[in-house]
Write a protein that binds this ligand. Structure first.
Ligand code: HEM
Ligand code: HEM
Length: 185
């Protein structure tokens, strides 16, 4: 089945993009709030449980979304966009795809290999696999630094989308909203 074509993104790709974009933005916001919000240990508990459960479920959605993108490929760059911008968007898109996988994967491993379970909204619990201090620490670091890398990529990505909308007025944003292709000049 083909969804995206060489000119724009198809309906499934657009739905995938916006669902995951919203969820990832929410996960970043809640994660940073947990870290820098000055919450007490008790106040953190339920928010952390929500962060872990949602992130674990999101891992499945993200896996599907990334596989779909790889199978469909990317539409050709919008006509008239400078070479360095085409390269920058390729690097950013791949960076986003990799980091949106690294974050939930490191989160799940930090818990399950650090000796802690993951409760999925209290419905069922995934038990810890092992308690390996070193792995727990490394995945924790990956999750922490990864969060900043992902946040920077998202900021660059949104800035680029705004630039295309406001300055270039070239219809790039529409490829991801209505799915309208850009007419070749
Ligand atoms: C898209 C998925 C995810 C995103 C974007 C995300 C984002 C974040 C962010 C921004 C932080 C704060 C980082 C810092 O500056 O220290 C954080 C912390 C944390 N996240 Fe996630 N997370 C995700 C998935 C998960 C999952 C699936 C789990 C576990 C099952 C998890 C467990 C944790 C824990 C335990 C912390 C606190 C770490 C600490 O004690 O410093 N996260 N997350
Ligand atoms: C307000 C927020 C956002 C806007 C306006 C936006 C806009 C866009 C647009 C216009 C494209 C198509 C670019 C092109 O045609 O070359 C795109 C692609 C993409 N965006 Fe976003 N985006 C947003 C948030 C996000 C977030 C939070 C993520 C990551 C979690 C993300 C990940 C991607 C990826 C990986 C692509 C490449 C195509 C795909 O696989 O979906 N976007 N975005």
């Amino acid at each position: 089945m083909t969804d995206s074509n060489t000119a724009t993104y198809g309906g499934i790709s657009r739905l995938n993009h916006w669902i995951v974009a919203l969820c990832v933005l929410g996960m970043l916001a809640v994660g940073f709030y947990l870290e820098f919000g000055g919450l007490t240990r008790e106040a953190k508990g339920p928010i952390m449980a929500l962060h872990k459960a949602t992130g674990t479920v999101l891992l499945l959605v993200i896996l599907w979304r990334v596989v779909w993108r790889i199978r469909q490929g990317f539409p050709a760059p919008a006509p008239g966009v400078a070479g360095w911008q085409v390269l920058a968007s390729k690097v950013t898109h791949w960076g986003l795809l990799v980091m949106m996988l690294v974050m939930p994967l490191s989160g799940v491993s930090m818990s399950l290999l650090g000796g802690r379970p993951i409760s999925i909204y209290g419905l069922f619990t995934i038990p810890p696999v092992a308690k390996i201090e070193a792995v727990g620490e490394i995945t924790h670091e990956v999750h922490e630094y990864g969060a900043w890398i992902l946040a920077i990529l998202v900021a660059l990505h949104i800035a680029a989308a705004i630039k295309h909308l406001v300055i270039d007025k070239d219809g790039v944003l529409a490829r991801m909203t209505t799915g309208k292709a850009i007419d070749a000049a």
